[in-house]
Ligand binder design. Structure first.
Ligand SMILES: Cc1cc2nc3c(=O)[nH]c(=O)nc-3n(C[C@H](O)[C@H](O)[C@H](O)COP(=O)(O)OP(=O)(O)OC[C@H]3O[C@@H](n4cnc5c(N)ncnc54)[C@H](O)[C@@H]3O)c2cc1C
Length: 400
Protein backbone atom coordinates (compact mmCIF):
# COMPACT_ATOMS: atom_id res chain seq x y z
CA UNK A 1 0.00 0.00 0.00
CA UNK A 2 1.39 3.46 -0.86
CA UNK A 3 1.40 5.90 2.03
CA UNK A 4 -0.32 9.22 1.42
CA UNK A 5 1.53 12.47 2.11
CA UNK A 6 -0.11 14.87 4.53
CA UNK A 7 2.91 17.11 5.16
CA UNK A 8 2.47 20.64 3.86
CA UNK A 9 3.29 22.39 0.64
CA UNK A 10 5.19 25.52 1.69
CA UNK A 11 4.96 28.55 -0.59
CA UNK A 12 7.88 30.86 0.19
CA UNK A 13 7.26 34.53 -0.68
CA UNK A 14 4.06 36.56 -0.56
CA UNK A 15 4.58 38.81 -3.60
CA UNK A 16 2.06 38.55 -6.44
CA UNK A 17 3.22 35.14 -7.64
CA UNK A 18 3.40 33.68 -4.11
CA UNK A 19 -0.09 34.94 -3.27
CA UNK A 20 -1.62 33.66 -6.52
CA UNK A 21 0.15 30.31 -6.05
CA UNK A 22 -1.04 29.99 -2.43
CA UNK A 23 -4.67 30.79 -3.31
CA UNK A 24 -4.73 28.51 -6.37
CA UNK A 25 -2.87 25.56 -4.83
CA UNK A 26 -4.88 25.94 -1.59
CA UNK A 27 -8.05 25.29 -3.61
CA UNK A 28 -6.76 21.86 -4.61
CA UNK A 29 -4.42 20.73 -1.82
CA UNK A 30 -5.29 20.57 1.86
CA UNK A 31 -2.20 21.52 3.78
CA UNK A 32 -0.71 24.68 2.25
CA UNK A 33 1.41 27.21 4.16
CA UNK A 34 2.18 30.63 2.74
CA UNK A 35 5.38 31.95 4.27
CA UNK A 36 6.42 35.60 3.91
CA UNK A 37 5.48 39.17 4.65
CA UNK A 38 2.92 40.73 2.32
CA UNK A 39 4.58 43.87 0.86
CA UNK A 40 3.39 47.25 2.18
CA UNK A 41 1.65 49.47 -0.37
CA UNK A 42 4.65 51.39 -1.72
CA UNK A 43 4.88 49.86 -5.20
CA UNK A 44 4.01 52.58 -7.73
CA UNK A 45 4.01 50.19 -10.68
CA UNK A 46 0.99 48.89 -12.54
CA UNK A 47 0.84 45.48 -14.15
CA UNK A 48 -0.61 44.69 -17.55
CA UNK A 49 -2.04 41.19 -17.32
CA UNK A 50 -2.87 39.55 -20.63
CA UNK A 51 -6.08 37.60 -21.36
CA UNK A 52 -4.71 34.10 -20.63
CA UNK A 53 -3.64 35.27 -17.14
CA UNK A 54 -7.02 36.98 -16.65
CA UNK A 55 -8.80 33.75 -17.64
CA UNK A 56 -6.81 31.86 -15.02
CA UNK A 57 -7.58 34.49 -12.34
CA UNK A 58 -11.25 34.21 -13.27
CA UNK A 59 -11.07 30.43 -13.02
CA UNK A 60 -9.72 30.62 -9.45
CA UNK A 61 -12.33 33.21 -8.46
CA UNK A 62 -10.08 36.29 -8.18
CA UNK A 63 -10.94 38.28 -11.29
CA UNK A 64 -14.35 39.59 -10.07
CA UNK A 65 -12.60 41.51 -7.26
CA UNK A 66 -9.79 42.81 -9.52
CA UNK A 67 -11.89 43.86 -12.53
CA UNK A 68 -13.42 47.03 -11.00
CA UNK A 69 -9.86 48.42 -10.60
CA UNK A 70 -8.59 47.33 -14.02
CA UNK A 71 -8.48 49.16 -17.37
CA UNK A 72 -8.75 47.24 -20.67
CA UNK A 73 -6.04 47.43 -23.34
CA UNK A 74 -7.71 46.97 -26.71
CA UNK A 75 -5.02 48.43 -28.99
CA UNK A 76 -1.22 48.39 -28.80
CA UNK A 77 0.81 50.79 -30.90
CA UNK A 78 4.56 50.83 -31.50
CA UNK A 79 6.05 54.13 -32.65
CA UNK A 80 9.65 54.92 -33.49
CA UNK A 81 10.72 57.71 -31.13
CA UNK A 82 14.36 57.75 -32.26
CA UNK A 83 16.18 60.30 -34.39
CA UNK A 84 18.11 57.60 -36.25
CA UNK A 85 18.77 57.44 -39.97
CA UNK A 86 16.72 54.24 -40.29
CA UNK A 87 13.37 54.65 -38.59
CA UNK A 88 10.78 51.95 -38.16
CA UNK A 89 7.19 52.19 -39.39
CA UNK A 90 4.37 52.60 -36.86
CA UNK A 91 2.68 49.27 -36.14
CA UNK A 92 -0.78 48.94 -34.58
CA UNK A 93 -2.16 45.74 -33.09
CA UNK A 94 -5.92 45.50 -32.49
CA UNK A 95 -7.29 42.84 -30.14
CA UNK A 96 -10.33 42.55 -32.43
CA UNK A 97 -8.01 41.18 -35.18
CA UNK A 98 -7.58 38.02 -33.07
CA UNK A 99 -11.22 37.98 -31.90
CA UNK A 100 -10.42 39.09 -28.36
CA UNK A 101 -12.28 41.96 -26.66
CA UNK A 102 -8.96 43.16 -25.21
CA UNK A 103 -5.31 42.06 -25.08
CA UNK A 104 -5.47 42.36 -21.33
CA UNK A 105 -6.03 44.72 -18.42
CA UNK A 106 -3.79 47.16 -16.53
CA UNK A 107 -3.99 47.06 -12.71
CA UNK A 108 -2.18 49.13 -10.05
CA UNK A 109 0.20 46.79 -8.17
CA UNK A 110 -0.98 48.04 -4.77
CA UNK A 111 -4.59 47.16 -5.62
CA UNK A 112 -3.56 43.74 -6.87
CA UNK A 113 -1.73 43.08 -3.59
CA UNK A 114 -4.77 44.17 -1.54
CA UNK A 115 -7.18 41.94 -3.47
CA UNK A 116 -4.85 38.93 -3.31
CA UNK A 117 -4.14 39.45 0.38
CA UNK A 118 -7.91 39.60 1.17
CA UNK A 119 -8.49 36.46 -0.87
CA UNK A 120 -5.69 34.66 1.00
CA UNK A 121 -7.31 35.59 4.33
CA UNK A 122 -10.59 34.06 3.15
CA UNK A 123 -8.89 30.85 1.96
CA UNK A 124 -7.99 27.68 3.89
CA UNK A 125 -4.27 28.46 3.44
CA UNK A 126 -2.29 29.13 6.62
CA UNK A 127 -0.37 32.37 6.23
CA UNK A 128 2.74 32.92 8.37
CA UNK A 129 4.12 36.47 8.16
CA UNK A 130 7.76 35.45 8.56
CA UNK A 131 10.59 34.78 6.13
CA UNK A 132 12.14 31.39 5.54
CA UNK A 133 15.66 31.46 6.96
CA UNK A 134 16.99 27.96 6.13
CA UNK A 135 15.99 24.98 4.02
CA UNK A 136 17.19 21.39 4.50
CA UNK A 137 16.15 19.21 1.56
CA UNK A 138 16.47 15.43 2.05
CA UNK A 139 15.46 12.41 0.02
CA UNK A 140 11.98 12.25 1.61
CA UNK A 141 11.08 15.83 2.71
CA UNK A 142 12.32 19.40 3.01
CA UNK A 143 12.57 21.13 6.38
CA UNK A 144 11.90 24.87 6.33
CA UNK A 145 13.04 27.06 9.21
CA UNK A 146 11.09 30.27 9.53
CA UNK A 147 12.23 33.57 11.05
CA UNK A 148 9.62 33.17 13.81
CA UNK A 149 11.40 30.05 15.09
CA UNK A 150 8.92 27.54 13.62
CA UNK A 151 10.18 24.59 11.56
CA UNK A 152 7.93 23.02 8.91
CA UNK A 153 8.63 19.60 7.46
CA UNK A 154 7.28 20.09 3.98
CA UNK A 155 6.66 17.74 1.10
CA UNK A 156 7.73 20.41 -1.38
CA UNK A 157 8.52 24.14 -1.45
CA UNK A 158 7.27 26.51 -4.13
CA UNK A 159 9.99 29.18 -4.35
CA UNK A 160 8.12 32.42 -5.04
CA UNK A 161 10.73 34.34 -3.07
CA UNK A 162 11.91 36.58 -5.88
CA UNK A 163 15.12 37.08 -7.82
CA UNK A 164 17.51 36.49 -4.87
CA UNK A 165 15.66 33.28 -3.95
CA UNK A 166 17.10 31.52 -0.90
CA UNK A 167 15.03 28.43 -1.70
CA UNK A 168 16.61 28.24 -5.18
CA UNK A 169 20.07 28.45 -3.66
CA UNK A 170 19.26 25.81 -1.01
CA UNK A 171 18.06 23.47 -3.76
CA UNK A 172 21.48 23.82 -5.42
CA UNK A 173 20.07 25.54 -8.53
CA UNK A 174 22.51 28.08 -9.91
CA UNK A 175 21.36 31.02 -12.01
CA UNK A 176 22.95 33.16 -14.69
CA UNK A 177 22.37 36.83 -13.92
CA UNK A 178 23.20 39.98 -15.84
CA UNK A 179 22.39 43.66 -15.59
CA UNK A 180 21.43 46.20 -18.21
CA UNK A 181 22.75 49.73 -18.26
CA UNK A 182 19.13 50.84 -18.05
CA UNK A 183 16.66 51.99 -15.39
CA UNK A 184 12.87 52.02 -15.61
CA UNK A 185 11.14 55.12 -14.30
CA UNK A 186 7.52 54.34 -13.39
CA UNK A 187 4.77 56.82 -12.63
CA UNK A 188 1.08 57.47 -13.27
CA UNK A 189 -0.45 60.57 -14.82
CA UNK A 190 -3.74 62.19 -15.79
CA UNK A 191 -4.27 63.64 -19.26
CA UNK A 192 -6.83 65.88 -20.87
CA UNK A 193 -7.56 63.62 -23.88
CA UNK A 194 -9.09 60.15 -23.80
CA UNK A 195 -6.68 57.22 -24.24
CA UNK A 196 -9.40 55.10 -25.93
CA UNK A 197 -7.94 51.98 -24.21
CA UNK A 198 -4.80 52.29 -26.37
CA UNK A 199 -1.31 51.55 -25.07
CA UNK A 200 1.49 53.31 -26.96
CA UNK A 201 5.10 52.21 -26.88
CA UNK A 202 7.72 54.63 -28.23
CA UNK A 203 10.99 52.95 -29.10
CA UNK A 204 13.80 55.30 -28.10
CA UNK A 205 17.62 55.04 -28.31
CA UNK A 206 17.73 54.13 -24.59
CA UNK A 207 14.78 51.73 -24.36
CA UNK A 208 11.00 51.72 -24.67
CA UNK A 209 8.78 54.49 -23.29
CA UNK A 210 5.42 52.78 -22.69
CA UNK A 211 2.11 54.41 -21.77
CA UNK A 212 -0.57 51.99 -20.57
CA UNK A 213 -4.21 53.01 -19.95
CA UNK A 214 -5.67 53.20 -16.46
CA UNK A 215 -9.34 53.81 -15.61
CA UNK A 216 -10.66 57.23 -16.70
CA UNK A 217 -8.33 59.78 -18.29
CA UNK A 218 -5.29 58.34 -16.56
CA UNK A 219 -2.35 56.22 -17.67
CA UNK A 220 0.72 54.60 -16.22
CA UNK A 221 4.17 54.96 -17.72
CA UNK A 222 7.26 52.78 -17.84
CA UNK A 223 10.12 54.90 -19.18
CA UNK A 224 13.26 52.85 -19.76
CA UNK A 225 16.36 55.01 -20.04
CA UNK A 226 20.01 55.31 -18.98
CA UNK A 227 20.71 55.33 -15.22
CA UNK A 228 22.10 58.90 -15.49
CA UNK A 229 19.01 60.17 -17.32
CA UNK A 230 16.78 58.40 -14.76
CA UNK A 231 18.53 60.30 -11.93
CA UNK A 232 17.96 63.55 -13.82
CA UNK A 233 14.24 62.75 -14.33
CA UNK A 234 13.77 61.88 -10.66
CA UNK A 235 15.17 65.28 -9.64
CA UNK A 236 12.59 67.22 -11.69
CA UNK A 237 9.50 68.78 -10.13
CA UNK A 238 6.18 67.14 -11.00
CA UNK A 239 5.40 69.99 -13.46
CA UNK A 240 8.79 69.70 -15.19
CA UNK A 241 8.42 65.94 -15.46
CA UNK A 242 4.89 66.33 -16.83
CA UNK A 243 6.29 68.55 -19.61
CA UNK A 244 8.91 65.91 -20.48
CA UNK A 245 6.27 63.18 -20.63
CA UNK A 246 3.95 65.31 -22.76
CA UNK A 247 6.82 66.21 -25.15
CA UNK A 248 7.90 62.58 -25.50
CA UNK A 249 4.29 61.64 -26.33
CA UNK A 250 3.99 64.53 -28.82
CA UNK A 251 0.95 65.71 -26.77
CA UNK A 252 -1.14 62.83 -28.16
CA UNK A 253 -3.00 62.62 -24.82
CA UNK A 254 -3.17 66.40 -24.33
CA UNK A 255 -1.84 68.12 -21.22
CA UNK A 256 -0.25 65.82 -18.64
CA UNK A 257 -0.41 66.04 -14.83
CA UNK A 258 1.75 63.66 -12.78
CA UNK A 259 -0.38 62.25 -9.98
CA UNK A 260 1.78 59.41 -8.67
CA UNK A 261 5.42 60.31 -7.95
CA UNK A 262 8.03 58.44 -9.99
CA UNK A 263 9.95 55.42 -8.74
CA UNK A 264 13.00 53.83 -10.37
CA UNK A 265 13.74 50.15 -11.05
CA UNK A 266 17.22 49.13 -12.28
CA UNK A 267 16.94 46.50 -15.01
CA UNK A 268 18.51 43.07 -14.84
CA UNK A 269 18.06 39.55 -16.12
CA UNK A 270 18.19 36.08 -14.60
CA UNK A 271 17.72 32.57 -15.85
CA UNK A 272 18.31 29.49 -13.65
CA UNK A 273 19.85 26.21 -14.78
CA UNK A 274 16.75 24.28 -13.72
CA UNK A 275 13.18 25.06 -12.64
CA UNK A 276 12.75 22.26 -10.08
CA UNK A 277 15.26 20.33 -8.01
CA UNK A 278 15.55 18.82 -4.54
CA UNK A 279 11.82 19.31 -3.76
CA UNK A 280 11.95 23.03 -4.69
CA UNK A 281 9.84 24.31 -7.63
CA UNK A 282 10.66 27.82 -8.92
CA UNK A 283 7.85 30.27 -9.76
CA UNK A 284 7.90 33.98 -10.62
CA UNK A 285 11.11 35.97 -10.40
CA UNK A 286 13.04 33.14 -8.76
CA UNK A 287 12.67 31.51 -12.20
CA UNK A 288 12.86 34.44 -14.63
CA UNK A 289 13.78 38.11 -14.61
CA UNK A 290 13.95 40.37 -17.67
CA UNK A 291 13.27 44.00 -18.66
CA UNK A 292 9.63 45.23 -18.59
CA UNK A 293 9.07 45.01 -22.34
CA UNK A 294 5.83 43.60 -23.72
CA UNK A 295 4.36 42.99 -20.21
CA UNK A 296 5.69 39.47 -19.77
CA UNK A 297 7.00 39.07 -16.18
CA UNK A 298 3.93 38.44 -14.02
CA UNK A 299 2.13 36.85 -16.97
CA UNK A 300 4.90 34.26 -17.06
CA UNK A 301 4.61 33.90 -13.25
CA UNK A 302 0.90 33.11 -13.60
CA UNK A 303 1.78 30.46 -16.20
CA UNK A 304 4.25 28.95 -13.69
CA UNK A 305 1.36 28.60 -11.21
CA UNK A 306 -0.97 27.13 -13.86
CA UNK A 307 1.71 24.61 -14.80
CA UNK A 308 2.23 23.65 -11.15
CA UNK A 309 -1.48 22.91 -10.84
CA UNK A 310 -1.37 20.77 -13.99
CA UNK A 311 1.76 18.94 -12.87
CA UNK A 312 1.35 18.22 -9.16
CA UNK A 313 -0.63 14.98 -8.74
CA UNK A 314 -3.50 15.38 -6.29
CA UNK A 315 -3.78 11.77 -5.17
CA UNK A 316 -1.76 11.91 -1.97
CA UNK A 317 1.46 10.67 -3.56
CA UNK A 318 4.84 12.29 -3.00
CA UNK A 319 5.02 15.56 -4.97
CA UNK A 320 8.79 15.79 -4.69
CA UNK A 321 9.68 12.69 -6.73
CA UNK A 322 11.96 13.19 -9.69
CA UNK A 323 9.31 12.43 -12.33
CA UNK A 324 7.13 15.32 -11.07
CA UNK A 325 10.08 17.71 -10.94
CA UNK A 326 11.28 16.69 -14.42
CA UNK A 327 7.79 17.16 -15.77
CA UNK A 328 7.64 20.75 -14.41
CA UNK A 329 11.11 21.43 -15.78
CA UNK A 330 10.16 20.12 -19.21
CA UNK A 331 6.95 22.14 -19.34
CA UNK A 332 8.40 25.47 -18.16
CA UNK A 333 11.82 25.53 -19.87
CA UNK A 334 10.80 26.34 -23.48
CA UNK A 335 8.43 29.18 -22.53
CA UNK A 336 10.80 30.82 -20.03
CA UNK A 337 13.92 30.47 -22.15
CA UNK A 338 12.18 31.71 -25.31
CA UNK A 339 10.62 34.76 -23.55
CA UNK A 340 13.88 35.69 -21.83
CA UNK A 341 15.76 35.48 -25.14
CA UNK A 342 13.12 37.40 -27.12
CA UNK A 343 12.82 40.25 -24.61
CA UNK A 344 16.61 40.49 -24.33
CA UNK A 345 17.05 40.55 -28.12
CA UNK A 346 14.33 43.17 -28.62
CA UNK A 347 15.78 45.37 -25.89
CA UNK A 348 19.31 45.10 -27.31
CA UNK A 349 18.09 45.81 -30.84
CA UNK A 350 16.59 49.09 -29.59
CA UNK A 351 19.89 50.11 -28.02
CA UNK A 352 22.10 49.10 -30.93
CA UNK A 353 23.57 51.86 -33.08
CA UNK A 354 24.73 49.21 -35.54
CA UNK A 355 23.03 50.03 -38.86
CA UNK A 356 22.31 46.40 -39.96
CA UNK A 357 20.58 45.73 -36.60
CA UNK A 358 18.42 48.82 -37.09
CA UNK A 359 17.59 47.66 -40.63
CA UNK A 360 16.53 44.20 -39.43
CA UNK A 361 14.35 45.67 -36.67
CA UNK A 362 12.81 48.18 -39.05
CA UNK A 363 12.26 45.48 -41.71
CA UNK A 364 10.62 43.21 -39.13
CA UNK A 365 8.24 45.94 -38.03
CA UNK A 366 7.42 46.78 -41.66
CA UNK A 367 6.54 43.11 -42.26
CA UNK A 368 4.31 43.19 -39.17
CA UNK A 369 2.65 46.39 -40.32
CA UNK A 370 1.93 45.16 -43.83
CA UNK A 371 1.13 41.47 -43.32
CA UNK A 372 -1.91 40.83 -41.16
CA UNK A 373 -1.55 36.99 -40.79
CA UNK A 374 1.95 37.56 -39.35
CA UNK A 375 0.55 40.25 -37.04
CA UNK A 376 -2.14 37.80 -35.87
CA UNK A 377 0.49 35.12 -35.25
CA UNK A 378 2.71 37.51 -33.24
CA UNK A 379 -0.26 38.77 -31.19
CA UNK A 380 -1.38 35.23 -30.31
CA UNK A 381 2.14 34.06 -29.47
CA UNK A 382 2.62 37.23 -27.38
CA UNK A 383 -0.43 36.30 -25.30
CA UNK A 384 0.33 32.62 -24.87
CA UNK A 385 3.15 30.41 -26.24
CA UNK A 386 1.98 27.94 -28.87
CA UNK A 387 -1.35 29.65 -29.49
CA UNK A 388 -0.09 31.37 -32.67
CA UNK A 389 1.13 28.03 -34.03
CA UNK A 390 -2.09 26.26 -32.95
CA UNK A 391 -4.19 28.92 -34.70
CA UNK A 392 -2.05 28.79 -37.88
CA UNK A 393 -2.48 25.01 -38.07
CA UNK A 394 -6.25 25.27 -37.49
CA UNK A 395 -6.44 28.01 -40.10
CA UNK A 396 -4.56 25.87 -42.60
CA UNK A 397 -7.02 22.96 -42.22
CA UNK A 398 -9.56 22.73 -45.04
CA UNK A 399 -13.20 23.26 -44.03
CA UNK A 400 -15.31 20.11 -44.12
C1 LIG B 1 9.08 48.55 -14.04
C2 LIG B 1 8.45 47.20 -14.14
C3 LIG B 1 7.21 47.06 -14.77
C4 LIG B 1 6.62 45.79 -14.89
N1 LIG B 1 5.43 45.68 -15.57
C5 LIG B 1 4.90 44.45 -15.76
C6 LIG B 1 3.68 44.29 -16.50
O1 LIG B 1 3.06 45.27 -16.96
N2 LIG B 1 3.19 43.02 -16.69
C7 LIG B 1 3.84 41.92 -16.19
O2 LIG B 1 3.36 40.79 -16.40
N3 LIG B 1 4.97 42.05 -15.47
C8 LIG B 1 5.51 43.27 -15.24
N4 LIG B 1 6.68 43.40 -14.51
C9 LIG B 1 7.26 42.18 -13.90
C10 LIG B 1 6.56 41.87 -12.57
O3 LIG B 1 6.54 43.02 -11.76
C11 LIG B 1 7.28 40.73 -11.87
O4 LIG B 1 7.32 39.63 -12.73
C12 LIG B 1 6.53 40.33 -10.59
O5 LIG B 1 6.45 41.40 -9.71
C13 LIG B 1 7.27 39.19 -9.92
O6 LIG B 1 6.55 38.81 -8.76
P1 LIG B 1 7.17 37.76 -7.76
O7 LIG B 1 6.11 37.49 -6.75
O8 LIG B 1 7.78 36.63 -8.50
O9 LIG B 1 8.42 38.51 -7.09
P2 LIG B 1 8.47 39.62 -5.96
O10 LIG B 1 7.44 40.65 -6.21
O11 LIG B 1 9.89 40.05 -5.89
O12 LIG B 1 8.06 38.85 -4.64
C14 LIG B 1 8.94 38.00 -3.95
C15 LIG B 1 8.56 38.11 -2.47
O13 LIG B 1 9.31 37.13 -1.73
C16 LIG B 1 9.75 37.72 -0.53
N5 LIG B 1 10.89 36.95 -0.01
C17 LIG B 1 12.19 37.04 -0.34
N6 LIG B 1 12.92 36.16 0.38
C18 LIG B 1 12.05 35.49 1.17
C19 LIG B 1 12.20 34.47 2.14
N7 LIG B 1 13.40 33.96 2.43
N8 LIG B 1 11.10 34.00 2.78
C20 LIG B 1 9.86 34.50 2.49
N9 LIG B 1 9.67 35.50 1.58
C21 LIG B 1 10.75 35.98 0.93
C22 LIG B 1 10.07 39.16 -0.91
O14 LIG B 1 10.07 39.98 0.24
C23 LIG B 1 8.93 39.47 -1.86
O15 LIG B 1 7.79 39.95 -1.18
C24 LIG B 1 7.27 44.64 -14.37
C25 LIG B 1 8.52 44.78 -13.72
C26 LIG B 1 9.10 46.04 -13.62
C27 LIG B 1 10.45 46.15 -12.94
Amino acid sequence: MTSTRTDPIVIAGAGHVGLIAAIAIGQTFENVISLGTIPEGNDKRTTALMMPAIKFLRQIGLWESIEPHAAPITTMRILDGTTRLIRSPAVTFEASEIDEPAFGYNIPNVTLTEVLSDALKGSPVKHVAASASHYHPTESAIAVEAGNGAVYTANIVIAADGRSSLAREAAGISARTWSYNQTAIVLSFSHTRDHHDISTEFHTEHGPFTQVPLAGKRSSLVWVTTPAHAVELLELTRDQLAMRVEDRMQSMLGAVTIDVDPQSWPLSGLVPTSFARNRVFLAGESAHVFPPIGAQGLNLGVRDVETLLETLPNDGTDLGISSVMSSYNRKRSPDIIARTGAVDALNRSLLSDFLPVQMVRSGGLELLRAFSPLRGFVMREGLRPGSGFRFSRKDALPNH
